[in-house]
Design a protein around this ligand. Structure first.
Ligand code: HEC
Ligand SMILES: [Cu+2]
Length: 323
């Protein structure tokens, strides 16, 4: 007798669709500074653009009004003012302001440390002090400074959560740092912002900000290894996972599966999406992904699997039970 353990997806899909990702709609101090800078530049340069257009129109029209020819370089003070003094007076303060903002974007020493490693085409996320590994999503407590220490396992990627902060590259062999702080609980979408191959566009990452209490509860939950319940369906599913070689590439903590090629699956059942934001996680989409990951994300580094029909439901049920 099989027990059906089918997750309802709507709340996950909702979370996914509502994830904020606009640089014009900041939800953290870093994003606010960047958007202020953006607006100031837009107003100043928009004003200059308008002024230039007005002067240009006047110049075009003047030829029709004036009949006496003028020397080609008429008014040199106008050229000196408009071409030299004005740009210096406008650009130097803006340059200083930009440099000051850039300085302030450095992450503080006192911060929650998260290690982020980019791979083609997914994100490995580790909390070294909490001993937690997840993938494709980052949980953070609201209002707390987070320092991302980032690197890449293959090519250059770039981390960009538009409504939270700026962009920082993930570079193989180097550690780059990024300051993340979220003011309001919610889901925020980040995206790889450096072209990194075929599925670059499908390399999203969810930043989920929760209250400090919820974060503490989340940490306690994520620290637990997976202990197999005394349930024949789940046991059959776990056996299928090991027999099919999934554990060569994936880790499920508390089991013999310790692979590091693909995302850690210790808590795959609670993941909001599969394939780094390709599809909301549900029983159906997970079954589809495992059957043929190349259909959902062509070119990704997971091969199709050939699982026995009778093992299929137990395997997916087992994976969904890993919360
Ligand atoms: C050759 C290594 C390899 C094998 C074998 C493998 N996978 Fe994967 N798997 C990957 C990689 C790499 C990804 C990430 C793909 C991406 O998003 O670009 C992945 C992604 C996944 C995901 C989505 C994880 C997430 O967070 O989005 C699931 C679920 C999964 N694999 C399950 C399985 C199962 C079940 C098996 C065995 C039938 C298996 N994998 C076999 C490499 C592998
Ligand atoms: Cu990338």
């Amino acid at each position: 007798m099989m027990d059906f353990h089918i997750q309802t997806a709507p709340d996950r899909i909702q979370e996914f669709l509502e994830a904020k990702s606009s640089a014009l709609n900041p939800f953290g101090p870093a994003a606010s500074m960047i958007s202020d800078l953006l607006w100031i530049m837009l107003v100043v340069f928009g004003g200059i653009f308008l002024l230039v257009l007005i002067l240009l129109s006047l110049a075009i029209l003047r030829r029709r009004w004036q009949t006496t020819p003028r020397p080609p370089l008429g008014d040199t003070t106008f050229i000196a003012l408009g071409g030299l003094v004005m740009p210096v007076v406008i650009l130097i303060p803006l340059l200083i302001y930009t440099l000051l903002v850039t300085r302030k974007l450095h992450p503080p020493e006192e911060a929650l440390v998260i290690r982020l490693t980019g791979y083609m085409w997914w994100w490995d996320v580790q909390y070294p002090d909490q001993d937690i590994t997840i993938a494709n999503e980052i949980y953070v407590p609201v209002g707390q400074s987070v320092r991302l220490e980032m690197t890449s396992g293959d090519v250059i990627h770039s981390f960009w959560p538009p409504s939270l902060s700026g962009k920082t590259d993930l570079i193989p062999g180097q550690i780059t740092r990024h300051w993340l702080q979220v003011d309001q609980a919610g889901s925020y979408r980040a995206q790889c912002a450096e072209f990194c191959g075929l599925q670059h566009a499908r390399m999203a990452l969810m930043v989920i900000a929760v209250t400090p209490e919820d974060f503490a509860a989340w940490v306690a939950q994520r620290q637990k290894p997976q202990i197999l319940a005394d349930n024949p369906t789940l046991q059959q599913g776990q056996k299928a996972f090991m027999d099919e070689g999934c554990g060569e590439c994936h880790t499920i903590r508390g089991t013999p599966a310790q692979g590091k090629v693909g995302p850690d699956l210790t808590h795959i059942g609670s993941r909001s999406s599969l394939g780094a934001g390709v599809i909301a996680n549900s029983y159906g989409s997970l079954a589809g992904w495992v059957a043929n990951p190349q259909a959902l994300k062509p070119g990704n580094r997971m091969p199709p699997s050939y699982i026995k029909a009778e093992d299929y439901h137990p395997l997916i049920t087992y994976l969904m039970s890993l919360e």
